[in-house]
Design a protein around this ligand. Structure first.
Ligand SMILES: CC(C)(COP(=O)(O)OP(=O)(O)OC[C@H]1O[C@@H](n2cnc3c(N)ncnc32)[C@H](O)[C@@H]1OP(=O)(O)O)[C@@H](O)C(=O)NCCC(=O)NCCS
Length: 255
């Protein structure tokens, strides 16, 4: 372990073949993907050339994390879809993932984007906390088995269900939260993920519990979204359980 304080980490746009190749290696190290699921260097080159983003986090000369996004288009508007965010395990929980996202936001705003989206696994408590509490993403769409089967052990053989994070880059919701002054939200429903989920996914004997929870939470989240609710907050308790806080999303113009 040679993790440095996060202040020693620099964030830079990646353009060299060597750095883009390192992003490919980082996928293997972070997700343990098989070759079939690895995004090749050529896609990083395309992302960089067509108006997406490839940003890296460096400890000295070592690339220890990256964020990659692609330009998207829906209902007459351009946005960025952030496809991958990865930080080497020994550098996780030092705020580097958050810094990569904030660098993506700065670059996106500079280039005129209002919206960045990405998908995340609703069973991942850490990612949910980062996306909703630390970045200010809101969620109102669910996609069951988004990618089909995944070779990553982190997925535990479960369907690749994903929530869509919407990050309204210039909204007061995001700006207030990033200033440390989140706006109060009306909470009407709560949907919990127990901290034992990680153990359930990794243990073949307990995987049926993870599968059942995924199914129940899928039903609850889809039902809430159909009734016009959004994920507007996230709560972690002292045991490490995570809870989606569902409420009305007031900024209805942000669709
Ligand atoms: C997701 C990932 C990119 C985050 O990067 P990171 O540098 O660790 O993120 P940060 O340190 O900025 O934020 C992590 C937050 O989760 C918190 N956290 C850590 N473990 C947690 C847990 N078990 N439950 C809840 N929160 C947890 C951290 O304390 C931190 O929150 P804080 O800033 O309020 O203290 C990184 O963990 C990773 O590469 N994971 C594997 C790949 C992945 O899942 N990528 C995202 C989907 S593409």
């Amino acid at each position: 372990m040679n993790a440095s304080p996060q202040t020693a980490i620099s964030i830079q746009s990646l353009t060299s073949l060597e750095h883009l190749e390192r992003c490919v290696d980082l996928q293997r190290e972070v997700w343990s993907y098989s070759d079939n699921d690895i995004v090749p260097r050529r896609v990083f080159i395309v992302a960089h050339r067509i108006g997406g983003q490839v940003l890296g986090a460096f400890d000295g000369q070592s690339l220890i994390g990256f964020a990659m996004s692609l330009p998207g288009y829906r209902e007459g508007k351009s946005y960025l879809h952030s496809y991958m965010l990865a930080v080497l395990q020994q550098y996780q929980n030092l705020g580097i993932g958050r810094r990569l996202k904030l660098a993506q936001r700065d670059d996106a705003i500079t280039r005129g984007f209002d919206l960045m989206e990405w998908t995340f696994d609703p069973l991942e408590i850490r990612n949910s906390h980062l996306n909703i509490n630390r970045l200010g993403a809101i969620v109102r769409r669910y996609q069951a088995d988004f990618y089909g089967p995944s070779s990553s052990p982190l997925q535990g053989g479960l369907p690749t269900d994903r929530l869509y994070a919407e990050w309204w880059l210039r909204s007061s919701h995001v700006a207030d939260l990033l200033r440390g002054e989140p706006q109060p939200q009306e909470i009407l429903e709560r949907i919990t993920v127990p901290h034992t989920i990680y153990q359930w996914k990794q243990d073949a004997q307990q995987r049926s519990l993870a599968r059942a929870l995924q199914g129940n939470n899928r039903t609850a989240l889809e039902s809430a979204f159909q009734r016009g609710l959004a994920v507007v907050g996230y709560e972690r308790d002292t045991q490490g359980n995570g809870t989606f806080l569902m409420g009305p999303w007031k900024n209805s113009s942000e669709v």
